[in-house]
Structures are given as structure tokens and as C-alpha cells.
Design a protein around this ligand. Structure first.
Ligand code: M6R
Length: 620
């Protein structure tokens, strides 16, 4: 993961870098640092901790200059210490580097560089990059290259990255070149912002908003050579390129907290609107179907699809599981939901007419991107269900569907989940109507879908009950989350929410599977959260609930309004509006998000920035 920023121009750079790092903190928040070139010196300020700690460091010890790079870290190699924070120095300070990604062969490179006399001060893989560039710089000069020529620096970077195995987004500056910033990409996103007499570098476009709308997304094996008035783009294999300049959609002001104490709570409460936005303009009432502008496949191609693969990670994978149930029910097309981290290395048999969807909020998840590329390489149409416009996955997919959920900043994904489920429901309607689903059935689905935003609004009213009951359970260290059919993925998602922000062990299971093992965990201090709305298998789930009660396990039930029977069985009930079974995940996920939030709050956890996590997982 990690976030990178850079700037070359005429403005004072340190505040630009700091502001950018605040925007990118979702990518990692273990440590932060900047390097600023001035008067033949490169000043570095870096610290373990958040960007706010770096703010303080710079207040006490400012730096001046108009060329710089910055970094916010999600640690992969080396502990989260001041010294391991980026930027890293190469040689004796001739080169300074920030890096996002993993240099997999860093151990052997480190050994060779140590033998050459380079002294390693950190336990990171990145320091290898810094020393290697410094080494090649020195070598080139020894071989007669001009020490004052930018070409020598470019060559040093090229020779270095040619030795890396793994992934990198790099920002490199040089002590003797106070106007030169080099960026290189392989696997980790980088975007260049084009200003008037200035250029910006960042891991995504958000730090560029307010400075420029013109951007160039670097592709793998591309290098950008930036000075205040020049931008050269070089590709490893094809040499000089002409940059493809794009306009960024201005990031909406939704990134303000408003009156909410945390982004997670704000994003939970945005769901009536975000789900509506996912539907907006996509319902065709006349044809009783859905419409999508960006699938880039004609109806004949879509009609031939005989298998769908949904690939994703984390919460997006859970949305994919809901998608499997929906698509199989309404389209009768067989669906596989694959962990992207597995699919990228697996070689499952896929028919010629398999269609692949990568589901991702950020559009930058490394495993999802790799799985999508692998499927694309095999010739399958690859489509993205994605929130972040212009993200790598959105750009590389053959087509796709945007969530339009607005920026999701809380590390725990909430509104993206319900928007993904909504988009998958629309997809099921669309593909279903091309096959077995009648006009009347399509109309019925649309009627129900249109009521969902209001029903989510109603479901959010359960927050008062959640607040009341949470203190009773906040001390427990193990939880089971149980549901069946459409509510099995919801149970998985509820457990993930709790564990990632409260650090409580929680397992999601199909309710009936519990008796094949997890039931051994049931005891008075292990609550079971049953997702048990009315529906075709309500009595079955009720039997599972009774099995837990018989063993003195406390039960929190997520049930439909008006269900009085459940109140007799469960210790606590959180009521939500009743909806058709296929729409239940959009409603039953809400109380589980709120429950996780409230318990994390009671345990004093940092809800929006949970330990060890980052919003966007751009490493394997
Ligand atoms: O951006 P993506 O949807 O591809 O991210 C996938 C997962 O990393 C993400 O859903 C993660 O599991 C969240 N922290 C869950 O809340």
C-alpha cells in the first residue's frame, strides 16, 4: 500500500506534500515523511505515526524548497519505526526515494550492495532501491557519463528498476538536481498532475484536486521525468511516449465529516442516498429491466455468457457472494465467487463464454487487479464493479459499472458493500430479463427495488437499540455471526466488520453449519448474532438459534419488525423492515455495521483507522 506524493515547480512544497499525504492516509498510516530539496541539500523529516505527527514535526522544524517527495506508509518490510519511515537515503544522500510496493528480491540486492560498501540503516526493502540508484549513478559517472546531465540520473533509475522483482511506484530526487523528479511504476499506481510550470505526483488523483484537472496515469514500466517546465514519459520497451492526458472528475466534497464523529458512521448513514445513486438512471420501467451504459458488450455477446466469475477481496468478496445467489436465482447462469488472491495463481477451467467481474471499492486492490489481468490475458471479457472513477481496475477493465457511492474513507467498508449488492441486483435483473425472467417478474423486482432507499432509512432507526444493547456485549472477546441463504454472506460481513474495527474474534458461518464444529465455542460469554429475517427458511434458522440457546449462548437477533416470536427466544432483538428475501442483505447489513461501530467505540478503538489496516491494499 503506502501513499506517495511529489511536486516540482515554484511553490513552497512542504504544505503541498503534507496536504497530499493527508488525502492519501487511507493507503497506510504507520508512518509519514517528506524530503525537500534546497540549495544542494535534501532535508528529510519523517516519523512513525500519523501524518498529523509529521505536521507537528514540521511545525517545530520547517523545511523550505520547491521540489519534494512524501510518503505515508503501510509497513510491509521492517517495523514501524522512525528510521524505517520513508523517504530513504541512497549512498551518502545523493539520492532520496519514496516507494510503494514490495521489492521481492531485496535480500539478494541488499547483500550485493553491502558487499559494495553500502551501509543499510533500515530494515526496509525500499532502502535497497535508494542505494541501488545511488550506486548506478556513481557507476555511470565513473564510466564517463556527465555528472551534471539529467540523462545520467534517468539511466541510473532505469538500471536499478531493471533489477527489481516485485512491485513499485517510485519517486526519486537527487541532491545535485534541485529541479528533477523521477517517477517509475510497476504494479503500484502513480498519477502525474500537470500544472502551469509545475508538476505533481501522487498515488491517486485526490491530492491533485484544487491544483489541476489534467492528469496522466502512469502505466506499468513507464517512467516520468519531471522538471518545472518539462514532462518526458519513457516506456521500458518502447522508449519515448506521448502522454495521454485525462481530466479528473473533481473529487466531491463528500470527504467532509459534517456533524458525524467518524467517517464510518457518516458512511453508514449515507446508504439511503448511495444505494439510490447506484440505481439512478439504471431502471428501465418500460422494458422492466436494468440498463448499463458501460458494459461495452452487445446483447448478443451477453446472451452467450454461460458462466460468470466474480472476483474480489474482503467486503467486496462478500458482496460477490450475495451476487452469486442473486445471479444464479434470476439468470440461471452458474456463478463462481473467487478470492482474487487465489484466482490470480489458480488455473480453474473456464469456458470460452465466461464473463469475469472484478468487484472493488477502490479499484486499486493488487490481488483483484492481478486476477482481472490474468482473466483478461486468457481472453475473457473482464468487467469492473468499482467505486473509484479512474482507478487502475476501472481503467483496465473492458467495461464496467460504477457504484457512484462517493468517497469511502472509513477503512471499514460499509456503503460500498450495499452499493455493490445493489449493482449486482440490477445486473441479475438485466441478465435475467435477457433469459428466463418475465416482464411481470422484472416489474415486480423494480417495484421492490425502488422502495429500498426508504427501507434503509427505516433500518437506520435501529441505531438507538444498538446503542442500548452494545454495553452488554462489548466486553466479549468471541462472537459468532450466523445466517442462511442471502444472509450467510451478510453474517460473514458482520463478523468482518466487528473484527477489523474492534479487534474481537468473530466468525461468520451458515447458521446450520454451526453444529458441525463452531457450536463447541458456545458458552455464556460468546454471543451469537443471528441474521433471521422472515423468509422461506425462517423456521430452520430458528431451530439453529434454539440450539445455541440450549447451550446458554447469548443471542442477538436481527429480525423483521413485528416478529414477536423472536423476542421470546433471543436475548436482544434489533428490528429492521421486512423486504423480499433477495433484497434482505441491503437491509440486514445495516444493524451489523452499526453494532460493530458501537462496540468498537465502547472499546476505545480507532474506528476509522484500525490498527494494521489500510483502506486500499495495493500489495500482494
Ligand atoms: O477496495 P476493495 O473493495 O478492492 O477492497 C477490498 C478489501 O480490502 C476491503 O473490502 C477490506 O476488506 C475492508 N477493510 C473491509 O471493510
Amino acid at each position: 500500500m503506502c501513499g506517495i506524493v511529489g511536486y516540482v515547480g515554484n511553490r513552497q512544497v512542504s504544505q503541498i506534500l503534507l496536504d497530499g499525504l493527508h488525502q492519501l492516509e487511507y493507503r497506510g498510516y504507520d508512518s509519514a515523511g517528506i524530503a525537500v530539496a534546497n540549495d544542494g541539500e535534501i532535508a528529510i523529516r519523517k516519523t512513525a505515526g500519523r501524518v498529523t505527527d509529521l505536521d507537528k514535526l514540521l511545525e517545530a522544524n520547517p523545511v523550505n524548497g520547491s521540489l519534494g517527495i512524501g510518503h505515508t506508509r503501510w509497513a510491509t518490510h521492517g517495523e514501524t519505526t522512525d528510521v524505517n519511515s520513508h523517504p530513504h537515503i541512497g549512498g551518502n544522500g545523493e539520492v532520496v526515494v519514496v516507494h510503494n510496493g514490495v521489492i521481492e528480491n531485496y535480500q539478494s540486492l541488499r547483500t550485493s550492495l553491502t558487499e559494495l560498501g553500502y551501509v543499510f540503516r533500515t530494515t526496509t526493502d525500499t532502502e535497497v532501491a535508494a542505494h541501488l540508484v545511488a550506486h548506478h549513478l556513481e557507476e555511470r559517472i565513473k564510466l564517463g557519463d556527465d555528472a551534471d546531465d539529467v540523462e545520467t540520473c534517468i539511466r541510473a533509475v532505469q538500471l536499478s528498476i531493471a533489477k527489481f522483482k516485485g512491485t513499485y511506484g517510485l519517486g526519486v530526487i537527487f541532491q545535485n538536481f534541485p529541479n528533477l523528479l523521477i517517477a517509475a511504476r510497476c504494479g503500484s499506481p502513480l498519477v502525474i498532475g500537470i500544472g502551469q510550470g509545475e508538476f505533481f505526483l501522487a498515488s491517486d488523483a485526490s491530492p491533485l484536486v484544487g491544483y489541476t484537472e489534467k492528469v496522466v496515469y502512469l502505466q506499468d514500466h513507464e517512467m516520468a521525468i519531471l522538471t518545472p517546465h518539462t514532462f518526458d514519459l519513457l516506456h521500458r520497451d518502447t522508449g519515448q511516449q506521448s502522454p495521454s492526458i485525462q481530466t479528473i472528475d473533481q473529487v466531491s466534497s463528500d470527504s467532509d465529516l459534517g456533524d458525524y464523529p467518524h467517517y464510518m458512521l457518516k458512511e453508514i448513514f449515507e446508504q439511503p442516498t448511495t444505494v439510490q445513486n447506484a440505481m439512478r438512471g439504471r431502471l428501465d420501467l418500460d422494458e422492466a429491466t436494468a440498463v448499463f451504459g458501460g458494459l461495452n458488450l452487445d446483447p448478443q455477446q451477453l446472451r452467450r455468457v454461460d458462466r460468470i466469475v466474480l472476483t474480489a477481496c474482503g467486503t467486496s468478496w462478500h458482496a460477490g457472494l450475495v451476487g452469486e445467489y442473486l445471479l444464479e436465482e434470476f439468470t440461471r447462469i452458474p456463478v463462481e465467487v473467487e478470492y482474487a488472491s487465489e484466482l490470480r495463481y489458480r488455473n480453474p477451467p473456464q469456458t470460452d463464454t465466461t464473463m469475469v467481474f472484478a468487484i472493488t471499492q477502490s479499484g486499486e486492490t493488487a490481488d483483484t487487479l492481478a486476477a482481472m489481468r490474468e482473466c483478461k490475458r486468457k481472453g475473457h471479457p473482464t468487467l469492473a464493479i468499482c467505486n473509484v472513477v479512474g482507478s487502475t481496475i476501472a481503467r483496465e477493465a473492458d467495461g464496467g459499472i460504477y457504484l457512484h457511492a462517493g468517497p469511502e474513507i472509513g477503512v471499514a467498508s460499509t456503503k460500498a458493500f450495499t452499493s455493490q449488492v445493489m449493482v449486482l441486483t440490477l445486473l441479475a435483473l438485466y441478465l435475467g430479463r435477457m433469459r428466463h425472467l418475465s416482464y411481470q417478474a422484472g416489474q415486480r423486482m423494480i417495484d421492490k427495488l425502488q422502495q429500498i432507499p426508504q427501507q434503509i432509512e427505516k433500518a437506520l432507526e435501529c441505531y438507538d437499540v444498538v446503542k442500548d444493547i452494545s454495553p452488554k456485549y462489548a466486553h466479549c472477546n468471541n462472537y459468532l455471526y450466523l445466517g442462511r441463504l442471502y444472509n450467510f454472506p451478510v453474517a460473514l460481513e458482520g463478523a468482518l466488520k466487528l473484527k477489523e474495527i474492534s479487534y474481537i474474534h468473530a466468525e461468520g458461518y451458515p447458521a446450520a453449519e454451526m453444529k458441525h464444529g463452531p457450536i463447541a465455542l458456545i458458552e455464556e460469554e460468546t454471543p451469537s448474532v443471528f441474521v433471521i429475517p422472515r423468509g422461506s427458511i425462517y423456521p430452520k434458522v430458528m431451530s439453529n438459534l434454539e440450539e445455541v440457546k440450549a447451550r446458554k449462548g447469548p443471542v442477538i437477533a436481527i429480525a423483521c419488525e413485528g416478529d414477536e416470536k423472536i423476542a421470546e427466544m433471543a436475548d436482544d432483538v434489533i428490528y429492521v423492515p421486512e423486504v423480499d428475501e433477495f433484497l434482505q442483505p441491503l437491509i440486514t447489513a445495516i444493524p451489523l455495521q452499526l453494532l460493530a461501530y458501537q462496540i468498537a467505540l465502547l472499546r476505545g478503538c480507532n474506528v476509522d483507522r484500525p490498527r494494521n489496516l489500510a483502506k486500499s491494499v495495493t500489495v500482494e
